[in-house]
Design a protein around this ligand. Structure first.
Ligand SMILES: NC(=O)c1ccc[n+]([C@@H]2O[C@H](COP(=O)([O-])OP(=O)(O)OC[C@H]3O[C@@H](n4cnc5c(N)ncnc54)[C@H](O)[C@@H]3O)[C@@H](O)[C@H]2O)c1
Length: 408
Protein backbone atom coordinates (compact mmCIF):
# COMPACT_ATOMS: atom_id res chain seq x y z
CA UNK A 1 0.00 0.00 0.00
CA UNK A 2 2.54 2.60 1.09
CA UNK A 3 4.87 1.64 -1.77
CA UNK A 4 2.10 2.34 -4.26
CA UNK A 5 1.03 5.54 -2.57
CA UNK A 6 4.33 7.29 -2.02
CA UNK A 7 7.50 5.35 -2.98
CA UNK A 8 6.28 4.50 -6.50
CA UNK A 9 5.53 8.13 -7.49
CA UNK A 10 8.70 9.35 -5.77
CA UNK A 11 10.94 6.88 -7.62
CA UNK A 12 9.18 7.61 -10.90
CA UNK A 13 9.83 11.33 -10.51
CA UNK A 14 13.35 11.03 -9.14
CA UNK A 15 14.20 8.31 -11.69
CA UNK A 16 13.16 10.50 -14.60
CA UNK A 17 14.04 14.00 -13.42
CA UNK A 18 16.56 13.40 -10.64
CA UNK A 19 16.90 15.74 -7.68
CA UNK A 20 19.01 18.87 -7.65
CA UNK A 21 20.84 20.98 -5.06
CA UNK A 22 23.76 23.36 -5.62
CA UNK A 23 26.02 21.33 -3.31
CA UNK A 24 25.52 17.96 -5.03
CA UNK A 25 24.32 18.95 -8.52
CA UNK A 26 21.86 16.71 -10.36
CA UNK A 27 21.46 13.31 -8.74
CA UNK A 28 19.55 10.58 -10.62
CA UNK A 29 17.70 8.18 -8.32
CA UNK A 30 16.84 5.02 -10.24
CA UNK A 31 14.90 2.21 -8.59
CA UNK A 32 17.51 -0.53 -8.77
CA UNK A 33 15.87 -3.45 -6.99
CA UNK A 34 12.71 -4.45 -5.12
CA UNK A 35 12.42 -7.15 -2.46
CA UNK A 36 9.00 -8.47 -1.50
CA UNK A 37 7.39 -11.62 -0.15
CA UNK A 38 6.25 -13.17 -3.44
CA UNK A 39 7.36 -10.73 -6.16
CA UNK A 40 3.90 -10.71 -7.78
CA UNK A 41 3.14 -7.05 -7.14
CA UNK A 42 6.63 -6.04 -8.29
CA UNK A 43 5.96 -7.79 -11.61
CA UNK A 44 2.53 -6.14 -11.83
CA UNK A 45 4.23 -2.79 -11.30
CA UNK A 46 6.92 -3.52 -13.91
CA UNK A 47 4.18 -3.89 -16.55
CA UNK A 48 2.83 -0.39 -15.89
CA UNK A 49 6.03 1.43 -14.90
CA UNK A 50 7.13 4.29 -17.15
CA UNK A 51 9.41 3.39 -20.08
CA UNK A 52 13.03 3.37 -18.97
CA UNK A 53 12.14 2.48 -15.38
CA UNK A 54 11.25 -1.19 -15.88
CA UNK A 55 14.72 -2.64 -15.47
CA UNK A 56 14.74 -3.02 -11.69
CA UNK A 57 15.61 -6.42 -10.25
CA UNK A 58 12.81 -8.14 -8.32
CA UNK A 59 13.71 -10.60 -5.59
CA UNK A 60 11.36 -12.57 -3.32
CA UNK A 61 11.40 -14.65 -0.16
CA UNK A 62 13.17 -16.69 1.09
CA UNK A 63 16.12 -14.48 1.93
CA UNK A 64 14.93 -11.57 -0.20
CA UNK A 65 16.92 -8.94 1.72
CA UNK A 66 20.25 -10.73 1.19
CA UNK A 67 19.44 -10.98 -2.52
CA UNK A 68 18.52 -7.29 -2.62
CA UNK A 69 21.73 -6.29 -0.89
CA UNK A 70 23.74 -8.19 -3.46
CA UNK A 71 22.59 -5.66 -6.07
CA UNK A 72 24.27 -2.28 -6.39
CA UNK A 73 21.97 -0.19 -4.17
CA UNK A 74 23.10 2.94 -2.29
CA UNK A 75 20.17 3.09 0.12
CA UNK A 76 17.26 0.85 1.06
CA UNK A 77 13.70 1.79 2.08
CA UNK A 78 11.85 -0.73 4.26
CA UNK A 79 8.06 -0.87 4.08
CA UNK A 80 7.32 -4.36 5.36
CA UNK A 81 4.81 -5.01 8.20
CA UNK A 82 6.09 -3.36 11.38
CA UNK A 83 7.16 -6.56 13.15
CA UNK A 84 9.39 -7.35 10.15
CA UNK A 85 11.31 -4.05 10.11
CA UNK A 86 14.13 -4.97 12.46
CA UNK A 87 15.68 -7.99 10.73
CA UNK A 88 15.67 -6.25 7.36
CA UNK A 89 16.96 -2.94 8.79
CA UNK A 90 19.79 -4.72 10.58
CA UNK A 91 20.86 -6.48 7.39
CA UNK A 92 20.79 -3.19 5.44
CA UNK A 93 22.98 -1.35 7.94
CA UNK A 94 25.35 -4.28 8.37
CA UNK A 95 25.87 -4.16 4.60
CA UNK A 96 26.87 -0.48 4.90
CA UNK A 97 23.82 0.90 3.07
CA UNK A 98 21.85 3.96 4.15
CA UNK A 99 18.45 3.05 5.62
CA UNK A 100 14.99 4.57 5.53
CA UNK A 101 12.41 2.58 7.48
CA UNK A 102 8.65 3.12 7.76
CA UNK A 103 7.09 4.00 11.11
CA UNK A 104 7.37 2.66 13.76
CA UNK A 105 11.09 2.13 13.20
CA UNK A 106 11.26 -0.95 15.45
CA UNK A 107 9.23 -2.33 18.34
CA UNK A 108 11.80 -2.33 21.18
CA UNK A 109 14.60 -0.11 22.49
CA UNK A 110 17.05 -3.02 22.38
CA UNK A 111 16.43 -3.27 18.62
CA UNK A 112 16.80 0.50 18.25
CA UNK A 113 20.15 0.38 20.11
CA UNK A 114 21.36 -2.31 17.75
CA UNK A 115 20.45 -0.29 14.64
CA UNK A 116 22.04 2.87 16.08
CA UNK A 117 25.24 0.95 16.82
CA UNK A 118 25.41 -0.52 13.33
CA UNK A 119 24.73 2.86 11.67
CA UNK A 120 27.55 4.44 13.71
CA UNK A 121 29.96 1.59 12.99
CA UNK A 122 29.30 1.53 9.24
CA UNK A 123 29.13 5.32 8.82
CA UNK A 124 25.66 5.41 7.24
CA UNK A 125 22.33 7.10 7.92
CA UNK A 126 19.44 5.31 9.64
CA UNK A 127 16.22 7.29 9.34
CA UNK A 128 12.49 6.78 9.95
CA UNK A 129 9.49 8.02 7.93
CA UNK A 130 7.07 10.11 10.01
CA UNK A 131 5.39 11.98 7.23
CA UNK A 132 2.85 13.71 9.50
CA UNK A 133 5.67 15.96 10.72
CA UNK A 134 5.70 17.44 7.21
CA UNK A 135 1.95 18.06 7.10
CA UNK A 136 1.65 21.86 6.71
CA UNK A 137 -0.88 21.95 9.56
CA UNK A 138 1.55 20.20 11.91
CA UNK A 139 4.40 22.42 10.74
CA UNK A 140 2.25 25.44 11.64
CA UNK A 141 1.48 23.98 15.07
CA UNK A 142 5.18 23.46 15.73
CA UNK A 143 6.07 26.91 14.43
CA UNK A 144 3.63 28.50 16.90
CA UNK A 145 5.18 26.42 19.70
CA UNK A 146 8.79 27.17 18.68
CA UNK A 147 7.98 30.89 18.43
CA UNK A 148 6.41 30.88 21.89
CA UNK A 149 2.98 31.94 20.64
CA UNK A 150 1.36 28.75 21.95
CA UNK A 151 2.71 28.32 25.48
CA UNK A 152 3.10 25.14 27.51
CA UNK A 153 0.96 22.26 26.37
CA UNK A 154 -1.18 20.79 29.18
CA UNK A 155 -3.33 18.09 27.63
CA UNK A 156 -4.31 16.74 24.27
CA UNK A 157 -6.19 14.04 22.43
CA UNK A 158 -5.65 12.53 19.03
CA UNK A 159 -7.71 9.98 17.19
CA UNK A 160 -7.09 8.07 13.99
CA UNK A 161 -9.68 5.61 12.71
CA UNK A 162 -8.82 3.25 9.87
CA UNK A 163 -11.53 1.47 7.84
CA UNK A 164 -12.37 -2.21 8.36
CA UNK A 165 -10.91 -3.04 4.94
CA UNK A 166 -7.44 -2.46 6.45
CA UNK A 167 -7.74 -5.07 9.19
CA UNK A 168 -10.02 -7.42 7.25
CA UNK A 169 -8.37 -7.34 3.81
CA UNK A 170 -5.18 -5.37 3.34
CA UNK A 171 -3.41 -6.62 6.48
CA UNK A 172 -5.16 -9.95 7.10
CA UNK A 173 -1.98 -11.86 6.21
CA UNK A 174 0.00 -10.42 9.13
CA UNK A 175 -2.54 -9.00 11.57
CA UNK A 176 -2.59 -11.77 14.17
CA UNK A 177 -1.21 -10.47 17.47
CA UNK A 178 -1.04 -6.89 16.18
CA UNK A 179 -2.82 -3.71 17.25
CA UNK A 180 -3.81 -0.45 15.55
CA UNK A 181 -1.91 1.59 18.15
CA UNK A 182 1.51 0.50 16.94
CA UNK A 183 0.34 0.95 13.37
CA UNK A 184 -1.13 4.47 13.61
CA UNK A 185 -1.02 5.94 17.14
CA UNK A 186 2.72 6.06 16.53
CA UNK A 187 2.16 8.98 14.12
CA UNK A 188 0.81 11.02 17.03
CA UNK A 189 3.34 9.74 19.57
CA UNK A 190 6.02 11.16 17.29
CA UNK A 191 4.11 14.38 16.63
CA UNK A 192 3.75 15.01 20.37
CA UNK A 193 7.34 14.05 21.12
CA UNK A 194 8.83 16.14 18.32
CA UNK A 195 6.55 19.17 18.69
CA UNK A 196 6.44 19.62 22.45
CA UNK A 197 9.70 17.98 23.62
CA UNK A 198 9.76 17.00 27.29
CA UNK A 199 10.47 13.69 28.98
CA UNK A 200 8.17 10.70 28.64
CA UNK A 201 7.21 9.67 32.21
CA UNK A 202 4.40 7.10 32.12
CA UNK A 203 2.45 5.00 29.60
CA UNK A 204 -0.93 3.27 30.04
CA UNK A 205 -3.09 1.56 27.44
CA UNK A 206 -6.26 -0.46 27.05
CA UNK A 207 -8.16 -1.79 24.07
CA UNK A 208 -11.00 -3.88 22.62
CA UNK A 209 -11.06 -7.24 20.82
CA UNK A 210 -13.62 -9.51 19.15
CA UNK A 211 -13.99 -8.22 15.58
CA UNK A 212 -10.61 -8.83 13.96
CA UNK A 213 -9.81 -11.77 16.26
CA UNK A 214 -11.16 -13.61 19.29
CA UNK A 215 -12.51 -11.55 22.25
CA UNK A 216 -9.79 -13.04 24.47
CA UNK A 217 -7.06 -13.31 21.83
CA UNK A 218 -3.94 -11.21 21.13
CA UNK A 219 -5.31 -9.21 18.14
CA UNK A 220 -6.80 -5.79 18.86
CA UNK A 221 -9.66 -3.92 17.15
CA UNK A 222 -9.04 -0.59 18.83
CA UNK A 223 -6.73 0.86 21.46
CA UNK A 224 -6.65 3.82 23.85
CA UNK A 225 -3.16 4.93 24.80
CA UNK A 226 -2.23 7.58 27.38
CA UNK A 227 1.21 9.21 27.58
CA UNK A 228 2.28 11.52 30.41
CA UNK A 229 5.18 13.88 29.74
CA UNK A 230 7.16 16.04 32.20
CA UNK A 231 8.82 19.36 31.43
CA UNK A 232 11.76 21.26 32.91
CA UNK A 233 9.50 23.57 34.92
CA UNK A 234 8.18 20.57 36.90
CA UNK A 235 4.76 20.54 35.19
CA UNK A 236 3.17 17.60 33.36
CA UNK A 237 0.99 17.09 30.29
CA UNK A 238 -1.19 14.09 29.39
CA UNK A 239 -2.07 12.93 25.87
CA UNK A 240 -4.74 10.39 24.91
CA UNK A 241 -4.46 8.67 21.54
CA UNK A 242 -7.42 6.56 20.36
CA UNK A 243 -7.09 4.35 17.29
CA UNK A 244 -9.13 1.70 15.49
CA UNK A 245 -9.00 -0.33 12.30
CA UNK A 246 -12.61 -1.52 12.37
CA UNK A 247 -14.44 1.68 11.33
CA UNK A 248 -17.11 1.02 8.63
CA UNK A 249 -15.65 1.21 5.14
CA UNK A 250 -18.23 3.74 4.01
CA UNK A 251 -17.40 6.20 6.78
CA UNK A 252 -16.89 9.45 4.87
CA UNK A 253 -13.63 10.40 6.53
CA UNK A 254 -12.06 7.12 5.34
CA UNK A 255 -8.96 7.54 7.53
CA UNK A 256 -10.54 9.84 10.08
CA UNK A 257 -8.16 12.01 12.08
CA UNK A 258 -8.69 14.58 14.80
CA UNK A 259 -6.41 16.29 17.29
CA UNK A 260 -6.86 18.84 20.05
CA UNK A 261 -3.99 20.31 22.08
CA UNK A 262 -4.65 22.65 25.00
CA UNK A 263 -2.01 25.17 26.10
CA UNK A 264 -1.71 27.70 28.95
CA UNK A 265 -2.86 30.36 26.50
CA UNK A 266 -4.54 28.59 23.61
CA UNK A 267 -6.24 25.63 21.96
CA UNK A 268 -5.28 23.92 18.68
CA UNK A 269 -8.04 21.92 16.97
CA UNK A 270 -7.60 20.04 13.72
CA UNK A 271 -9.95 17.63 12.01
CA UNK A 272 -9.43 15.77 8.76
CA UNK A 273 -13.11 16.09 7.81
CA UNK A 274 -13.01 19.81 8.38
CA UNK A 275 -9.79 20.45 6.56
CA UNK A 276 -11.80 22.14 3.86
CA UNK A 277 -12.77 19.75 1.08
CA UNK A 278 -15.96 17.70 0.91
CA UNK A 279 -16.65 16.16 -2.48
CA UNK A 280 -19.60 14.00 -3.60
CA UNK A 281 -19.68 12.17 -6.94
CA UNK A 282 -22.52 9.77 -7.66
CA UNK A 283 -21.35 6.13 -7.70
CA UNK A 284 -17.76 7.08 -6.75
CA UNK A 285 -17.69 8.57 -3.25
CA UNK A 286 -16.89 7.47 -0.62
CA UNK A 287 -15.24 4.25 -1.88
CA UNK A 288 -13.38 4.91 -5.12
CA UNK A 289 -13.04 8.64 -4.45
CA UNK A 290 -12.72 9.86 -0.87
CA UNK A 291 -15.33 12.34 0.35
CA UNK A 292 -12.86 14.31 2.45
CA UNK A 293 -9.71 14.46 0.40
CA UNK A 294 -6.35 15.19 1.99
CA UNK A 295 -4.74 17.00 -0.92
CA UNK A 296 -1.75 17.90 1.24
CA UNK A 297 -0.65 14.28 1.77
CA UNK A 298 -0.63 12.82 -1.69
CA UNK A 299 -2.70 14.19 -4.54
CA UNK A 300 -2.85 13.47 -8.25
CA UNK A 301 -3.26 16.75 -10.09
CA UNK A 302 -3.45 18.35 -13.50
CA UNK A 303 -1.17 21.33 -12.94
CA UNK A 304 -2.28 24.74 -14.28
CA UNK A 305 0.49 24.42 -16.91
CA UNK A 306 -0.99 21.16 -18.22
CA UNK A 307 1.41 18.64 -16.69
CA UNK A 308 0.04 15.71 -14.65
CA UNK A 309 1.70 15.40 -11.26
CA UNK A 310 1.55 13.54 -7.98
CA UNK A 311 2.78 15.42 -4.97
CA UNK A 312 2.33 16.03 -1.27
CA UNK A 313 4.09 15.59 2.06
CA UNK A 314 3.95 11.77 1.73
CA UNK A 315 6.41 12.08 -1.17
CA UNK A 316 8.27 15.10 0.18
CA UNK A 317 9.40 13.15 3.24
CA UNK A 318 11.06 10.52 0.99
CA UNK A 319 12.75 13.17 -1.13
CA UNK A 320 14.12 14.87 2.00
CA UNK A 321 15.82 11.61 3.01
CA UNK A 322 17.33 11.12 -0.45
CA UNK A 323 18.61 14.70 -0.34
CA UNK A 324 20.26 13.95 3.00
CA UNK A 325 21.96 10.86 1.53
CA UNK A 326 23.06 12.82 -1.57
CA UNK A 327 24.44 15.64 0.60
CA UNK A 328 26.48 13.13 2.66
CA UNK A 329 27.88 11.28 -0.36
CA UNK A 330 28.19 14.00 -2.98
CA UNK A 331 27.83 17.31 -1.13
CA UNK A 332 31.55 18.17 -0.91
CA UNK A 333 35.02 16.64 -0.68
CA UNK A 334 35.46 13.13 0.76
CA UNK A 335 37.39 14.65 3.67
CA UNK A 336 34.19 16.40 4.82
CA UNK A 337 31.97 13.30 4.74
CA UNK A 338 32.06 12.73 8.51
CA UNK A 339 30.97 16.28 9.16
CA UNK A 340 28.14 16.01 6.62
CA UNK A 341 27.09 12.68 8.14
CA UNK A 342 27.00 14.22 11.63
CA UNK A 343 24.90 17.09 10.31
CA UNK A 344 22.36 14.72 8.73
CA UNK A 345 22.25 12.65 11.93
CA UNK A 346 21.47 15.79 13.91
CA UNK A 347 18.02 16.04 12.28
CA UNK A 348 15.65 14.95 15.04
CA UNK A 349 12.59 14.66 12.80
CA UNK A 350 13.80 11.46 11.16
CA UNK A 351 17.02 10.15 12.75
CA UNK A 352 16.67 6.91 14.71
CA UNK A 353 18.87 8.46 17.41
CA UNK A 354 15.95 10.79 18.17
CA UNK A 355 13.34 8.02 18.07
CA UNK A 356 13.99 6.70 21.59
CA UNK A 357 10.92 8.05 23.39
CA UNK A 358 8.65 7.06 20.50
CA UNK A 359 9.96 3.49 20.48
CA UNK A 360 9.77 3.44 24.30
CA UNK A 361 6.06 4.35 24.07
CA UNK A 362 5.46 1.65 21.45
CA UNK A 363 7.33 -1.02 23.45
CA UNK A 364 5.42 -0.04 26.60
CA UNK A 365 2.06 -0.15 24.78
CA UNK A 366 2.81 -3.56 23.25
CA UNK A 367 3.92 -4.98 26.62
CA UNK A 368 0.79 -3.64 28.39
CA UNK A 369 -1.48 -5.11 25.67
CA UNK A 370 0.35 -8.45 25.75
CA UNK A 371 -0.19 -8.71 29.53
CA UNK A 372 -3.82 -7.66 29.07
CA UNK A 373 -4.31 -10.46 26.50
CA UNK A 374 -2.73 -12.86 29.03
CA UNK A 375 -5.33 -11.88 31.64
CA UNK A 376 -3.48 -9.06 33.42
CA UNK A 377 -4.97 -5.75 32.25
CA UNK A 378 -4.29 -2.18 33.41
CA UNK A 379 -0.50 -2.21 33.60
CA UNK A 380 1.41 1.04 33.75
CA UNK A 381 4.94 1.58 32.43
CA UNK A 382 7.25 4.05 34.18
CA UNK A 383 10.09 5.56 32.19
CA UNK A 384 13.52 6.11 33.78
CA UNK A 385 12.37 4.69 37.10
CA UNK A 386 14.98 3.75 39.77
CA UNK A 387 14.38 0.07 38.83
CA UNK A 388 15.15 0.59 35.12
CA UNK A 389 14.60 2.57 31.93
CA UNK A 390 11.22 0.98 31.10
CA UNK A 391 9.46 -0.68 34.01
CA UNK A 392 6.04 -2.37 33.85
CA UNK A 393 3.86 -2.46 36.99
CA UNK A 394 0.83 -4.73 37.05
CA UNK A 395 -2.01 -4.41 39.59
CA UNK A 396 -1.53 -6.75 42.52
CA UNK A 397 2.16 -7.44 41.84
CA UNK A 398 4.69 -6.11 44.32
CA UNK A 399 7.65 -6.26 41.93
CA UNK A 400 7.78 -4.62 38.51
CA UNK A 401 8.98 -6.23 35.30
CA UNK A 402 11.95 -4.45 33.73
CA UNK A 403 11.34 -4.17 29.98
CA UNK A 404 14.56 -2.24 29.27
CA UNK A 405 17.32 -1.64 31.79
CA UNK A 406 19.36 1.35 30.46
CA UNK A 407 17.96 4.88 30.63
CA UNK A 408 15.61 5.75 27.79
N1 LIG B 1 3.66 6.46 6.63
C1 LIG B 1 2.41 6.02 6.60
O1 LIG B 1 1.44 6.72 6.80
C2 LIG B 1 2.16 4.61 6.32
C3 LIG B 1 0.96 4.21 5.75
C4 LIG B 1 0.77 2.86 5.55
C5 LIG B 1 1.75 1.96 5.93
N2 LIG B 1 2.90 2.40 6.50
C6 LIG B 1 3.95 1.48 6.97
O2 LIG B 1 4.47 0.78 5.86
C7 LIG B 1 4.73 -0.56 6.21
C8 LIG B 1 4.01 -1.47 5.25
O3 LIG B 1 2.63 -1.19 5.26
P1 LIG B 1 1.74 -1.37 3.96
O4 LIG B 1 0.43 -0.79 4.31
O5 LIG B 1 2.41 -0.85 2.76
O6 LIG B 1 1.65 -2.98 3.93
P2 LIG B 1 1.43 -3.98 2.69
O7 LIG B 1 0.95 -5.24 3.32
O8 LIG B 1 0.63 -3.34 1.62
O9 LIG B 1 2.91 -4.20 2.12
C9 LIG B 1 3.88 -4.90 2.82
C10 LIG B 1 4.97 -5.30 1.85
O10 LIG B 1 5.97 -6.00 2.57
C11 LIG B 1 6.37 -7.12 1.81
N3 LIG B 1 6.87 -8.15 2.73
C12 LIG B 1 6.20 -8.75 3.74
N4 LIG B 1 7.00 -9.65 4.36
C13 LIG B 1 8.19 -9.59 3.75
C14 LIG B 1 9.41 -10.26 3.94
N5 LIG B 1 9.56 -11.15 4.91
N6 LIG B 1 10.45 -9.96 3.11
C15 LIG B 1 10.29 -9.05 2.13
N7 LIG B 1 9.17 -8.38 1.91
C16 LIG B 1 8.12 -8.65 2.70
C17 LIG B 1 5.15 -7.57 1.06
O11 LIG B 1 5.50 -8.31 -0.10
C18 LIG B 1 4.50 -6.22 0.72
O12 LIG B 1 5.02 -5.74 -0.51
C19 LIG B 1 4.32 -0.72 7.67
O13 LIG B 1 5.44 -0.52 8.49
C20 LIG B 1 3.36 0.43 7.91
O14 LIG B 1 3.37 0.89 9.25
C21 LIG B 1 3.12 3.70 6.67
Amino acid sequence: MIFDETYRPFFEQAGQQGIFAPEFGVCRVPLVAVASRTGSRAEAYRRVAPQGLRDFASVAEPDSIAKLLASDVDFVCIATPDDRHFAAAKAVLAAGKHLLVEKPSVLTLAELDELARLARERGVLAKVVYHKLLDPDHKKLRTLVVDGKLQHVNTGYCTLLEPKSISGGQFSEWIRGRNPGTYVAVHYIKLIDFTFGGRLLRVTCTGQRGLVGEPDGPTWDSTQLRLVYGYDDGREAAFDIHTSWVTPDNFPGYVDQEVQFRFDNGVWNAHSRRRGVECTIEELTPRQVKTNINNHYNGVFVEPWGERSQRGYGLEVLERFVREVAAVEFGGPASGRDERLAQARGLAYNDIGADRQTVAAVQAMEAILARHAAGQPDGVVHVNHPAGGLVLWLPGQAEPEVLYQPRV
